[in-house]
Design a protein around this ligand. Structure first.
Ligand code: NAD
Length: 254
């Protein structure tokens, strides 16, 4: 029960990694506000947390829309009287976006714009709107979901990698500017995590190829990422700030 009734807003808290993290935080005693574009899935995750004896509410939110982020933060304040942490996890991984993220020459700019809107602008918006509340409490944790894609260099997915590299820059900025005021900003950088969507869309050959790129005997599970986020959100992570932490079975060595 490391979370000790801390209030955490999960921005993108209902997908593969997000739902595992929402559940893990709920199991550790957090009051979880499950925010997601997929309102129905967010409600299901919140209901699961409550059914397991935890505390949670859900809210539909679009991280790329300022009014929507403000409403999600208001929902957290209304439900639990404050915010102690935010995990910004949302990314536009819809096939119409991520599968069209071809290369710098062939890229349609609308694909780039959609990727950045959710994957980077959304992370900045959540930061801008949540920070005053964290600062008001004298401490708080921001955790973002980056990716190994920010480091490895790939012949495809340039927009995605740029968004993730931008998140890394945001982490370092927030920690540098507000660390002395009690704010911790960190990111988890997953390697390939076999979520239900990945399981459905990626064939065995791709999964074996991804496994070969690790120094581990298996690919990632959503729970692997949830465990790191819970650590960073809790007081166990109190002296960790401004870090991009790879949780990827050793795919990226830095
Ligand atoms: N699965 C992997 O292998 C992997 C690897 C590295 C990084 N990541 C990162 O982990 C995070 C979660 O990925 P996932 O694999 O669980 O994907 P997912 O598609 O299962 O989850 C993404 C969630 O974000 C939500 N979302 C999308 N746009 C949103 C918006 N505008 N506002 C609010 N919510 C929105 C979706 O509804 C979904 O619930 C992403 O940031 C992704 O880039 C995933």
């Amino acid at each position: 029960m490391r979370m000790d009734s801390k209030v955490v807003l999960m921005a993108g808290g209902a997908g593969g990694i997000g739902s595992a993290t929402s559940r893990r935080l709920g199991a550790e005693g957090a009051k979880v506000v499950v925010g997601d574009l997929n309102e129905e899935a967010a409600a299901e995750v919140a209901a699961d947390i409550v059914a397991a004896g935890g505390t949670a509410v859900s809210v539909g939110m679009d991280v790329g829309d300022e009014g929507s982020v403000a409403a999600a933060i208001k929902a957290a304040l209304d439900a639990y009287g404050g915010i102690d942490g935010v995990h910004v996890n949302a990314a536009d991984l819809s096939p119409g976006t991520v599968l069209q993220d071809s290369d710098a020459l062939g890229l349609d700019l609308s694909v780039f714009d959609r990727t950045i809107r959710t994957g980077l602008r959304g992370h900045l918006l959540c930061t801008q709107l949540a920070l005053p509340h964290l600062l008001g409490r004298g401490n708080g944790a921001l955790v973002y979901t980056s990716s190994a894609a920010a480091f490895i260099g790939e012949p495809e997915r340039p927009s995605y990698a740029m968004a993730k590299a931008g998140i890394n820059a945001l982490v370092r900025h927030v920690a540098s500017k507000w660390g002395k005021d009690g704010i911790r900003a960190n990111a988890v950088a997953p390697g390939l995590v076999v979520t239900p969507t990945i399981e459905k869309t990626m064939d065995e050959r791709f999964l074996q190829y991804a496994l070969a790129g690790t120094r581990s005997s298996r690919l990632g599970r959503p729970e692997d990422i949830a465990a790191m986020v819970a650590f960073l959100m809790s007081s166990d992570g109190e002296w960790v700030n401004g870090q991009i932490i790879s949780v990827d079975g050793g795919a990226v060595l830095r």
